[in-house]
Write a protein that binds this ligand. Sequence first.
Ligand code: F0G
Length: 417
Amino acid sequence: MSRFYFSCIGCGATFPLTENIYSCSRCGDLIQAEVLIDEVREEVDFRALKKQPISVWRYAPLLPILNTSKLITLHEGGTGLHHCRRLGSLIGLEHLYVKNEGENPTGSFKDRGMTVGISRALEVGARSVICASTGNTAASLAAYGAKAGLKRIVLIPSGKIAYGKLAQAIVYGAQIVQIKGNFDEALNIVFKICSRNKEVYLLNSVNPFRIEGQKTLAYEVCDQLNRHPDYFIIPVGNAGNISAAWKGFKEYYNFDQIKAKPKMVGVQAEGAAPIAEAVAKKSLSITPVNKPETVATAIRIGAPVSWKKALRAVYESHGTALTVSDDEILEAQSLLARLEGLFVEPASAAPIAALKKLKEEDYLSSGDFVVCVATGHGLKDPDVISRLYEKPVEVDAEVSSIERLLGFAEEARVHSI
Ligand code: F0G
């Protein structure tokens, strides 16, 4: 007997895990995997589990995969939780941590969900997998689909995905379709393709198995910190990841692995902020943004499909959501790189940009344990760097002129000999 089942986030209808569904057959809302908490508490030996190397599959007993002998893994998870002392002292936070999801195999958090999602695709006998993407899901699906030997199709918004991500999807051999539209339109097309062609397996974050993999982000942070964070600050696009992390924290709390849950703080770019706008109005629904725009192309999303779960994460945890401008995002990207040696893509710098505002408003106190999620690696979006930073100067290959350029005074050099 599986200790998992599906439940609808809208009407609460339940379905067995053996059904191959992504939405509720009664009301059409999203479904999620649920775990039987009491059975986990009785059956799972958490002490033994925590002796395993840290990774997504360390948490296998908490993941709804029926046959773990056929996993498709590239060794995802186990990313660094970096104590950022220099950045923390600048902002006034003693316990500031960055969970660097760029350390995953394809350079983003998407790999956590994709290892579970692709393993499930094989379980249900899929031959091809598909997603709409602002870039990272495409790269991840392309890699894991390749390892599984599946045909892989990605729909991307034309001209609006970072070149590093496109390069990944190309080299991993995905069939790439650029559409003359944005991410929200691409996702709608993918939904229609999947409802008309049952053999194609959908791997956007409406897929509950993606969310299950991504919830391990929360488990890992608690295990690495040896406690719960007070605040968990995370960029929000289609809103799958904030929902997944909140699910993970709630479960870990219910399994008695942490004493309290963090406040969830969602961060969006000013030009693509339906969730932050709803939270500012204390609203229970969102107004989609028709033409989302931001330098953080990963989160250039106006109609997040998991909006309901994201709002629940914020309200249930007594957290908040806020916006940051493109300039603030780029400044934060540079600060994190120069103070902490962490190079993250613009979307991933959004939580760092939010820190300053939250501290100035006294929302955060200096002793709080604050974890920011850096969702993707900076090398994915090299264009933004070449546009913004000066190119290196070129000089003759000659020692003394280079020393002059570097400001090493002739006199000081002679004295030191
Ligand atoms: N950060 C990065 C680097 C992302 O790629 C994404 C989403 C997010 C944050 C937001 O996560 O959608 O779960 O709220 N990227 C998706 C993609 C949409 O297609 O790669 P979310």
